[in-house]
Design a protein around this ligand. Structure first.
Ligand SMILES: [Zn+2]
Length: 453
């Protein structure tokens, strides 16, 4: 009965919700510089109008995190909704058919804009869910906590990490949803159980500069990087071997669940190269050399050459192991590795860590009845079975899972992961509405008094 009331309410308010979402997309929260306070104010105003207590924590110029609670009872079950407010820059605006902050509504089917998928769609659906549960005043025992955070696109230390450590440290959380876009077209909506870790590293070769006519007088930094590149594959044998949390075969089986039969899935799998690469990359440690640069003049042997490598780690793989393996490789080549503050030798390497985050994984997901309940709700609302998978990118979920705050954390949200960060980012309106329905129905089922179940 209450479920029907919720669904009817959402249908009735549909246009209002879409307009509020457009307001969110129109609000500048680009990071960098990180204008999250703008969006925090948009959320706060909306929640206050609906009598929900909300707190904004400012920490820098126009930067802030926001927390809201459905009620003031924290003694029973607590459900956490987490969404980041920051969006990545739009790049060259003239490349966009619909301006990035226009929130253009195309035929009442799509909303365009930077952040529409990643992840103002998920965040707005979470804010609205909180509002619906307050408004409908259904009988609820526990609490729903919303954290709208900053800094996710630049590592999350000042966002999710800060909020957990400083504002929610005393609260036991039983289940958490991070509302990142989990559409992986052409597959149905995914429920994400873990992500790979990430290490983005700049490796700098410091050589000795000299005139190009007498190269033996110097040490060419470009050639030093070249030597390292040739041996790079050796680091695979220098890092401790680690099993992926979900094996290649098991991951394929999990995805196949979303198809009418295994044969149909296998057929699609063979045709879809993207799908093959996705499954393979999710079950492996990978590395990509993404940038390289050196030299200042045609006739000068360069004393500096930089290269950036993007490593993706399996959950439980420690980024420091990769750094140590690389240092070992540099030593094998006969060069010294130096910390930036160390006294410098003649020819040596230094590192600059651009980004470092751990992977994470919900280990006991198979035993969770709550997760099954969530899966069923997704299937009912989206009218298509969902499936479980790992995430190719990184997200704030590792702060929740890895520090013991809430192991039972999933990623689930409207929008497609492939449109995130791209030009003409968009979201399907139906997907957004379905996310509101999914979040609200699940929150209600999770928090309603046990005897009524
Ligand atoms: Zn995101």
């Amino acid at each position: 009965m209450s479920e029907e009331i919720i669904l009817q309410y959402i249908e009735k308010k549909r246009d209002e919700f879409i307009e509020y979402f457009r307001e969110m997309v129109k609000t500048d929260s680009y990071n960098p510089p990180g204008n999250e306070l703008n969006l925090a104010n948009t959320i706060s105003q909306y929640l206050k109008e609906h009598n929900i207590d909300v707190q904004i924590f400012e920490y820098d110029e126009n930067r802030a995190n926001l927390i809201a609670f459905l009620n003031d009872n924290f003694k029973q079950k607590n459900l956490l909704f987490n969404g980041h407010m920051d969006i990545v820059p739009a790049g060259t605006e003239s490349d966009w058919k619909y301006p990035p902050l226009s929130a253009y509504n195309k035929r009442n089917k799509y909303i365009y804009g930077r952040g529409a998928a990643d992840m103002k769609g998920g965040l707005t659906a979470m804010v609205i869910s909180l509002q619906i549960l307050k408004e409908l005043d259904l009988e609820i025992e526990g609490n729903l906590i919303l954290t709208a955070v900053s800094d996710e696109e630049t590592g999350g230390k000042k966002g999710t990490k800060w909020v957990l450590e400083n504002k929610l440290a005393d609260i036991k959380c039983d289940f958490a949803i991070v509302g990142e876009p989990t559409g992986l077209s052409p597959l149905p909506k995914a429920i994400v159980l873990g992500e790979r870790g990430h290490l983005q590293l700049k490796i700098i070769a410091h050589g000795i500069s000299c005139h190009a006519s007498m190269p033996s007088m110097g040490k060419n930094a470009i050639l030093m990087v070249n030597e390292l590149l040739h041996k790079l594959d050796q680091i695979d044998s220098k890092i401790p071997e680690i099993e992926p949390p979900i094996s290649f075969v098991e991951l394929k089986d999990l995805i196949a669940e979303a198809f009418p039969s295994k044969d149909i899935f296998e057929n699609i799998y063979q045709q879809q190269e993207l799908l093959q690469h996705l499954v393979e990359s999710l079950t492996k440690f990978t590395k990509s050399v993404t940038m390289i640069g050196g030299g200042i003049k045609e006739n000068v042997v360069p004393d500096r050459c930089e290269m950036v490598i993007d490593f993706r780690l399996l959950p439980k793989q420690d980024p420091n192991q990769i750094l140590n393996a690389l240092k070992g490789l540099i030593k094998d080549l006969g060069y010294e590795f130096k910390e930036p503050e160390e006294e410098k030798a003649d020819a040596y390497f230094t590192f600059e860590i651009i980004h470092k985050s751990e992977g994470s994984y919900w280990e006991n997901w198979k035993d969770s009845d709550t997760l099954k309940q969530f899966y069923d709700i997704v299937g009912k609302i989206y009218e298509r079975d969902s499936f479980y998978i790992l995430y190719p990118a990184c997200a704030d979920a590792h702060y929740l899972r890895n520090n013991g705050f809430c192991s039972d954390t999933i990623l689930f949200g409207p929008g497609s992961a492939s449109t995130a960060h791209s030009v003409d980012e968009y979201i399907e309106i139906e997907d957004f509405i379905n996310a509101i329905k999914t979040y609200t129905l699940f929150a209600y089922n999770f928090l309603k008094p046990q005897q009524n179940q």
